[in-house]
Design a protein around this ligand. Structure first.
Ligand code: P6P
Length: 334
């Protein structure tokens, strides 16, 4: 007998706190959740339905696309293009803005997303996820253009991720804290299992791709080497290290037990100030992290304050436990 609060019930009850709420946002979120359930099903079936492996194509990032990158992008589009809540969509997997087909009405929101973050892990059965961010359209009911999406992260109405792991979870914020829901496949509903998620202010766990060490800037070199020196070094305590190569999994671990995630600026490709994309990775995850009491910085600036310059802009990301991220940021100031 299911007794928990379902996501639908939770969102409708949340909506009651929002003056002037029309129910349109709730309906949009419901369509996003439908896409996530469909993606969870495809990811979970994997090789059984022939969705593993890579395509010949590359995305705008120059990254080889996995079959599931394209399939999941289509699922997000099909679930969200028809209902009249969106003025346009943008995605890691699409060069330009996706215009709402003319047979459908336009809405007052914009959605930007990474349909399958960490997809390089999908063939080796390691957790992947979907990241999404909802903004208000500057001109509601008018077909969106790229410039409409270039809003600082503080303008987000909602941010969330789905994590396709040992269970499928949805973690969400609308600016009133962070709540986690687990998919109960017996009833096809997300049920509230992690109310009011908070990131511990301190941690002894950091996450970084150490193979890039020779490319890091001095502050990150210093921070990581001090972690590795452990209790014999200036930090006076030992640290643990993790690297999943799936941002959704890393952020979820940090939300659950604390930690610092770093994909910092590096000298590997001077044209790229970081690897992660601002609009559909850094901004939604920063909104969630800050709402859970954490900090998210480029090392020099608060990520949510950045003025985006293009849809696929990359930024350095250092996020997680407040007191530890502030150590890293402090090293960028000296
Ligand atoms: P690397 C996945 O491709 C991603 O965008 C993030 O999810 C992840 O944290 C990072 O890139 C992994 O990068 O260089 O370790 O493969």
């Amino acid at each position: 007998m299911h007794t928990g609060t379902t996501l639908t019930q939770f969102i409708i009850e949340e909506q009651r706190h929002i003056a002037g709420a029309t129910g349109e946002f709730t309906a949009l979120l419901n369509d996003i959740v439908t896409a996530i359930k469909t993606i969870s099903n495809a990811v979970n079936k994997g090789a059984l339905i022939g969705v593993m492996g890579a395509l010949e194509s590359e995305n705008v990032q120059g990254e080889t696309q996995k079959k599931l990158d394209v399939i999941t992008n289509e699922m997000m589009i099909r679930s969200n293009e028809w209902a009249g809540h969106l003025a346009g969509m943008a995605s890691e997997e699409m060069d330009d803005v996706y215009p709402i087909p003319t047979q459908y009405p336009l809405g007052k929101y914009l959605m930007v997303f990474d349909p399958l973050d960490g997809s390089s892990n999908v063939d080796i059965n390691i957790s992947v996820g979907t990241i999404f961010s909802i903004l208000r359209a500057p001109v509601p009911n008018r077909a969106a253009v790229a410039a409409d999406f270039l809003q600082p992260g503080v303008k987000q109405v909602c941010a969330g991720y789905a994590l396709y792991g040992s269970s499928t979870m949805l973690v969400l914020t609308t600016g009133h804290g962070v709540n986690g829901f687990t998919l109960d496949r017996d009833i096809g509903e997300f049920v509230l299992t992690h109310p009011g998620m908070k990131i511990p202010a301190d941690t002894r766990e950091f996450a970084i791709n150490a193979s890039n060490q020779r490319f890091w800037e001095a502050p990150v070199q210093r921070y990581v080497s001090e972690c590795l020196e452990g209790e014999t070094g200036p930090r006076g305590k030992d640290f643990n290290m993790r690297w999943v190569a799936s941002m959704v999994a890393e952020v979820h671990r940090i939300l659950t037990r604390g930690g610092v995630f770093m994909y910092p600026r590096d000298a590997k490709d001077p044209a790229k100030p970081g690897k992660l994309r601002l609009l559909y990775e850094a901004n939604p995850m920063s909104f969630i992290v800050e709402q859970a009491g954490g900090v998210s910085s480029t090392g020099r600036e608060r990520i949510l304050d950045l003025q985006p310059e293009n849809l696929h802009q990359r930024v350095p990301v250092i996020l997680g436990s407040k007191n530890e991220v502030e150590v890293v940021v402090g090293y960028h100031r000296v």
